[in-house]
Design a protein around this ligand. Structure first.
Ligand SMILES: [Mn+2]
Length: 356
């Protein structure tokens, strides 16, 4: 018995890359011969989306030779009223009292609802009373793990509300092997639950917002085994910052080429090039550097690159600066301090030149 765990696909009618991600998850589930693909909340971006996309979802998941188990999340919890058909072998957990059994394992779920911390604790206590500690128990959960202290940015576009907040200690008395969680988009992360078991966020399998940088992953789990993080080939964003240095004579464009080559082909780059450079030493002025960067942009950039660089060759060639630099070179300071002072001097010269 194996489960492939994901969450937060946020399917819409228009975002094709999210449907591609679902297709890839189905492929991986098939390849690993899992018993079920479990989606821990926010499969749909909005309740209205679920209404329009149900038929499409049936054709994506209906023909699979594994089960799909869906947990309602804060974005789509109104999408699953009883009687709706999501596809053959597709089950929605709408009742925390009714787990799905696969072989000897029980897959429980806490469908999203607005619960205070106190009510959550008593809900989990009730749930513990129903669990058989002699079998493998998995719990699907969609909400915020307060122990993680992650920033608001990690959640995508969720605003400032708290959604199903929990602490690891809440799960302490439950005979769980895994809490398979959703809502935290940023990346695959796992925490030890005191008393045993792991709490795992799979992260979103495809970038939903630009803040979700880094390659995406899914989570493969089985009773009695360690979890496996499976990297995905889906669309994601990668932030790339190139800091120029007027005393480094490496060509910034080949530096950019090298960094781009190291990235996965599906990464969309959010590029910033900043700092000072010596145009005459590099044989290019600001226009030529900008043109070279834009030439490389093509379809690999997520957005217009931020070009925050300045050519300071006119300062480096200024007589006063040259004299200062000679004195500095003769002085008895360590190299890194000389470099720092030199940069400070360039900054000061820029202000002076701009004002004169
Ligand atoms: Mn969510």
């Amino acid at each position: 018995m194996k489960l492939l765990h994901t969450a937060d696909l946020h399917l819409t009618e228009t975002a094709a890359e999210r449907w591609d991600a679902l297709g890839e998850l189905v492929e991986i589930a098939r390849k690993h011969q899992v018993s079920a693909l479990v989606i821990a909340g926010d499969l749909f971006d909005h309740n209205i989306e679920a209404e329009k996309l149900r038929a499409r979802l049936r054709s994506e998941l209906g023909g699979a030779d594994f089960m799909t188990i869906i947990l309602p999340g804060n974005h789509d919890y109104r999408s699953y009223r009883s009687g709706l058909y999501f596809g053959e072998n597709v089950t929605v957990i709408t009742n925390w009292e009714e787990p799905v059994y696969i072989d000897d394992a029980a897959i429980w779920g806490l469908p999203y609802e607005r619960l205070s911390g106190g009510r959550m604790v008593s809900r989990l206590r009730d749930m513990a009373g129903r669990m058989n500690p002699d079998q493998a128990n998995f719990l699907l959960f969609h909400g915020e793990l307060l122990d993680a202290f992650f920033s608001r940015e990690d959640l995508g576009d969720e605003g400032d509300l708290r959604y199903m907040p929990v602490r690891l200690s809440y799960f302490e008395s439950l005979p769980l092997q895994y809490v398979l969680a959703g809502h935290f988009h940023s990346r695959y992360t796992s925490w030890q639950i005191p008393g045993g078991g792991l709490f795992i966020y799979s992260g979103s399998p495809v970038a939903v917002t630009r803040r979700e940088a880094g390659r995406r992953a899914a989570n493969l789990v089985a009773p009695g085994e360690d979890p496996v993080e499976i990297p995905l080939d889906t669309h994601y964003f990668e932030e790339l910052v190139i800091s120029l240095d007027p005393f480094n004579l490496e060509d910034p464009l080949s530096l950019l080429d090298n960094k781009m080559q190291e990235l996965h082909r599906n990464a969309k780059v959010i590029l910033t090039v900043r700092g000072l450079f010596n145009g005459s030493a590099l044989g290019m002025d600001e226009n030529e550097l900008a043109a070279g960067i834009m030439e490389r942009a093509g379809s690999r950039f997520a957005e217009e690159p931020a070009l925050e660089f300045y050519d300071v060759q006119h300062i480096l060639e200024d007589d006063l600066f040259k004299q200062f630099n000679e004195k500095l070179e003769q002085a008895d300071y360590p190299r890194d301090q000389k470099e720092a002072v030199k940069k400070m001097a360039i900054r000061a010269f820029r202000v002076v030149k701009a004002c004169s």
